[in-house]
Ligand binder design. Structure first.
Ligand code: NI
Length: 167
């Protein structure tokens, strides 16, 4: 396994739309394993392939306390969204920034697992938020894109300042 570099907002590569995975082969399983290692190391609760500059529809998520419930979703697609919830979100591509985003309260998705089998999942609460956040990434959307233009400008300035300090 290997740690992968994570793209930082506003990197234009975060805006690319990821392509569906045609076949779940060894290269996809290795990508998912590397993404999981990168997510746990960061640490974070979700990571989309887009964030490591691989534009394939692969997502890893683990919202468990113990970090022992890895979920891998290949070609995840929302089939149902119900209700609304507003929660504070952060993102490994937007370090140190947290803000409120409205999401569906409950979702259903279809996806492929690591064996290439087609599956469905219903989720609510934090898992539902995380799934929507990661599918957004596959479509080239970062959570700050849901915020006002003024907030986005402030975030870009803050991140640019951070980059200068750490460079
Ligand atoms: Ni994110």
């Amino acid at each position: 396994m290997a740690l992968l570099p994570i793209l930082r907002f506003p990197d234009p590569r975060l805006k690319k739309v990821a392509q569906p995975v045609a076949e779940v082969d060894e290269s996809i399983r290795k990508l998912a394993a590397d993404m999981a290692e990168t997510m746990y190391e960061a640490p974070g609760i979700g990571l989309a392939a887009t964030q490591v500059d691989v534009h394939k529809r692969v997502v890893v998520i683990d919202v468990s306390e113990e970090k022992n419930e890895l979920r891998v979703f290949i070609n995840p697609e929302l089939s149902r969204c119900e209700g609304a919830q507003v929660g504070e979100e952060g993102c490994l591509s937007v370090p140190g920034i947290y803000d409120k985003v409205e999401r569906a309260e409950r979702v259903a998705i279809t996806y492929m697992d690591l064996d290439g089998s087609r599956r469905t999942l219903e989720a609510d609460g934090l898992l539902a938020v995380c799934i929507q956040h990661e599918i957004d990434h596959l479509n080239g959307t970062v959570f700050v894109d849901h915020l006002s233009q003024l907030k986005q400008l402030r975030i870009k300035n803050k991140l640019a300042k951070q980059a200068r300090v750490t460079a």
